[in-house]
Design a protein around this ligand. Sequence first.
Ligand code: XUL
Ligand code: CO
Length: 441
Amino acid sequence: MKDYFPNVEKIGFEGPDSDNPLAFRYYNPEELIGGKKAGEQLRFAVAYWHTFCGEGRDMFGEPFFERSWNRYADPYDRSIAKADAAFEFMSKLGVSYFCAHDRDLAPELDTLRQTNALMDRVIPHIQALMKETGIKLLWGTANLFSSPKYLHGAATSPDAKVFAYAAGQVKKALEVTLALGGEGYVFWGGREGYETLLNTDMKRELDHLAAFYRIILDYAREIRFEGQFLIEPKPKEPTKHQYDFDAAHSLAFLQRYGLEPYFKFNIEANHATLAGHTFQHELRYSRMVGKLGSVDANMGDLLLGWDTDHFPTNMYDTMLAMYEILLNGGLAPGGLNFDAHVRRGSYEKKDLFLSHIAAMDAFAIGLKAAKMMIEHPFLERGIQERYVSFDSGLGAEIEKGPVDIHSLESAIIDTPIPLPASGRQEWLENYLNRLLLSVVR
Ligand code: XUL
Ligand code: CO
């Protein structure tokens, strides 16, 4: 392995009082939290695209990050160098998983045949690095949005040849995911949406999207890919309206087309906030319908209206996220994928470590606080009490059903209705603050 990060040793756990920036303060993978190792519960993954492909480009600025592994002119050499840098980075950081698009691993050439042939040359090297380091693929995916051919979408493109190309690309991406032992496969609808209904047949595009999924599911069966398929909802960006808007939209789509049994959701924090939801809302909804499969762990800036993909360092959010995840019975075979990139101002290679360390520490704190929330089921008890009127009498009859409108009316028509109990929201929020402080103290 080449030495792309010569000044960084393996990152260790040094505890809250350490002054070493290249150390974990709260994340100790071996620490037993509720009888299970923290590392096994958190299942962190590094996102290949942001961490090894990102070079600081934004709408107004050129790429300038020093990422020597991306400097090779030959696409094969570049892919190999990038993989070497990735596995050195991930081993030093101490994560067990990565996530990647097909085009992160090997770039696109003129035809799909040529692109696939390049991929076939790169994959053995990735397999060797995986074997050497023990780092596994959490999920694979295909980049169906960067190439200009996808300008009107991939599975929802008005051009049938583009649809066919996208299917061919996913066929290969699935084979690669299988060859790398990927535990899941994610569909993020990159440009599956529309800019204006003036030129869009929404019904036809949704039918095409469902047909696309069916074709891929059939192929997965054919090659015996048994990983979990995941849809990653996002309401907008790059298109004005994305079809997988949020978890509830995505569930309705899956139900409408009879695809529900085959998918779970990969919930991303910043996509939730773009949809006008909290991260916890999307996690709760997915959990509630049995569809919480994996998480893209990042955070947005609520003052900015786009997908800023910050590293998740807000402990309050990580606490509530881990609460939902624990109540979900964990995420396996999913995990916490850092779909996040360093700010343009954080341009040093070292910042790649510092950002991941900050996020991993924040999630370790979140896990500990969430465990306490569950051990002292204060919230759950409060919620049970809040609905006590549905446990017996009239409420129980409503829940059991059927109840007719006349019996409901006669139950209330002659009685003044007292105010329902206080929701005590601020008291609950204060309780959570105390709990969080007791973890970091
Ligand atoms: C884009 C996004 C993607 C997916 C994978 O907003 O989140 O990186 O996670 O395609
Ligand atoms: Co994502």
